[in-house]
Design a protein around this ligand. Structure first.
Ligand code: NAG
Ligand code: NAG
Ligand code: NAG
Ligand code: NAG
Ligand code: NAG
Length: 317
């Protein structure tokens, strides 16, 4: 067991955080930067990126309760797209890397720039064709869909990010998006056995599920994410491949991060790297937690989830 190591790193970052807070406390409160835009408020654009395999998309227009500007459907399984919104642009790609590859592909084509017809505060929704209404419970922890208006509130707030799924637990502690990075990094998944729907595809035609990486940390080092997050003790994690963010966030990671993730996820159809990417979107696209945020996450800590698949999740009181 290596968990004593993780605990040691958690404890040391926690005490470092406490010192920092005491210091800031002495200095007095830091004034908040105003996020208000001068002049008349403009309704932000909302663009939607849909990862499609074979499910009808009619539910999307009911779920998204705001006016949508552009819709891109990235369709991978050579199937007809049913129920596509009228303005949708359909992009067909080879069947590799599932939704995470599709999102990385879309982000990579931005070329590290906010498009000239968009502003930093405009929204992008990433969703799959599967509305996940049939999600099953796992380890006593379950997730449910977050209503779109709540997602908009969160993504237009300081975090610039909203997860489309919210976890809850019947026993012991409230699951949070906060994850201890050191423990998250130990996540690995040697096989994927989900039987719900057609996700079970044992050793598909495109090679093995298992990656060459010992754990998620090794993958993060390889694609450059580890360096981006090196100052973070706690990061956000959003499971389920449905999230909302703003254009301002797409240009924050170092140049070519999206390309590197896209290339890594092209190895096969259902692959371990996809599960690493799933766990990285929130950390890459939300504003980094401040030390005060991190300390707050620990203040309400009840326990930390060490076992896969929720490695590092902070459950709060
Ligand atoms: C959505 O668009 C319609 C037609 O363009 C417009 O009348 C309506 O006010 C818009 N709704 C919102 C919430 O912006
Ligand atoms: C939105 O769609 C229009 C029409 O297809 C296109 O010209 C424009 O480049 C798109 N903008 C973005 C940000 O996708
Ligand atoms: C896609 O489907 C069409 C018709 O169903 C078929 O003719 C074509 O060969 C398929 N393409 C691929 C790449 O599988
Ligand atoms: C995955 O499936 C295999 C074969 O059906 C089974 O032996 C194994 O226990 C399953 N693993 C998990 C984690 O469910
Ligand atoms: C990490 O913190 C150091 C020291 O404050 C800073 O110089 C560096 O830019 C930070 N790195 C990242 C990736 O935020």
């Amino acid at each position: 067991m290596k968990s004593w190591k993780s605990w040691a790193s958690i404890a040391s970052s926690f005490f470092f955080g406490l010192q920092y807070c005491a210091f800031v406390g002495l200095l007095g409160s830091v004034p908040r930067r105003s996020t208000a835009m001068p002049g008349r408020a403009r309704t932000p654009h909302l663009d939607v990126v849909i990862a499609h395999c074979d499910r009808p998309l009619g539910w999307v227009s009911k779920f998204v309760t705001r006016n949508v500007s552009n819709v891109t459907i990235i369709s991978k399984c050579n199937q007809t797209v049913e129920g596509a919104p009228p303005q949708a642009r359909i992009v067909r790609l080879g069947n590799v890397g599932r939704c995470d590859h599709s999102y990385a592909h879309w982000l990579a084509q931005l070329q590290d720039r906010v498009p000239s017809d968009r502003q930093g505060s405009d929204l992008i929704l990433f969703i799959k064709d599967n509305d996940m209404s049939a999600r099953y419970s796992e380890h006593g922890v379950m997730d449910r869909a977050v209503p779109f208006d709540e997602m908009v509130q969160s993504a237009t707030g300081p975090s610039r990010f909203a997860c489309g799924r919210q976890w809850f637990s019947r026993r012991g502690g409230q699951p949070s998006t906060y994850h201890v990075k050191a423990v998250l990094g130990s996540f690995a998944m040697r096989a994927y056995n989900r039987t719900a729907g057609k996700l079970a595809s044992p050793q598909g035609s495109s090679g093995p599920f298992q990656s060459k990486y010992k754990h998620m940390r090794a993958w993060m080092q390889d694609v450059g994410i580890a360096e981006l997050l090196k100052n973070q003790t706690v990061v956000r994690v959003c499971y389920g491949g449905a999230f909302l963010t703003t254009y301002s966030q797409t240009v924050l990671p170092a140049s070519r991060t999206w390309q590197k993730i896209e290339a890594s996820l092209a190895r096969g159809e259902s692959i371990e790297e996809g599960h690493f990417a799933e766990r990285s979107w929130a950390a890459l696209l939300s504003t980094p937690l401040t030390l005060q945020d991190e300390v707050k996450a620990f203040t309400y800590l009840k326990t930390i989830h060490f076992a896969p698949p929720l490695n590092g999740m902070i459950l709060q009181r």
